[in-house]
Design a protein around this ligand. Sequence first.
Ligand code: FMN
Length: 192
Amino acid sequence: MKLLHIDSSALGTNSVTRELTAAVVTRWQDRVPGLQVQYRDLDANPVPHLTGRSLAKADPAEVADAEQVLKQFLETDVVVIGAPMYNFAIPSTLKAWIDRVTVAGTTFRYTENGPEGLAGGKKLVIASGRGGLHSGAPSDFQEPFLRFLFGFLGIEDVEFVRAEGVALSPQHRAEAIAAARGSIVEPICEAA
Ligand SMILES: Cc1cc2nc3c(=O)[nH]c(=O)nc-3n(C[C@H](O)[C@H](O)[C@H](O)COP(=O)(O)O)c2cc1C
């Protein structure tokens, strides 16, 4: 069984989502013997933004990296993504990664009946960190975007591990992280 661990926070050791993705991955490792974990830190090792040169496949190193990103995503059973809210949405580094796994004809296609996701069957865990309170608010362009995007790719099994209001006070931050840790769902290991 394979798990792909993605972090995107720019806040290093002070990151909430890095702490939460690590907790989720540790839980999976504890429950699934032999779990193969692959890791990409999009802050330290970003995927280039998608440009005309990318689409023209002008840079062989970029093409190779994009192919590796897509292969890792297609082959994995579980995806754990650290997704902070930055300016009401996601970090541009995470969007750049998403642009490489959202590929017509590979992870989705259009049919006469509308779009069809081709990347189903995966479990997705998203560690969400937000400074303010946005659940259900029109300011949330982070979690609804991620749910819609991965649903579009066919991934419906999505769990959010959410710490919000972390900027309100140190106490809010501590309580939000504790609540998020407590909300981590026990891995379902029938694919192991
Ligand atoms: C560049 C930047 C932009 C942010 N934008 C928002 C925002 O729009 N709304 C919000 O509630 N919090 C915002 N925050 C606070 C983060 O969502 C919060 O610190 C969260 O813990 C980030 O996750 P991380 O600690 O893993 O990076 C922002 C933080 C940074 C560094």
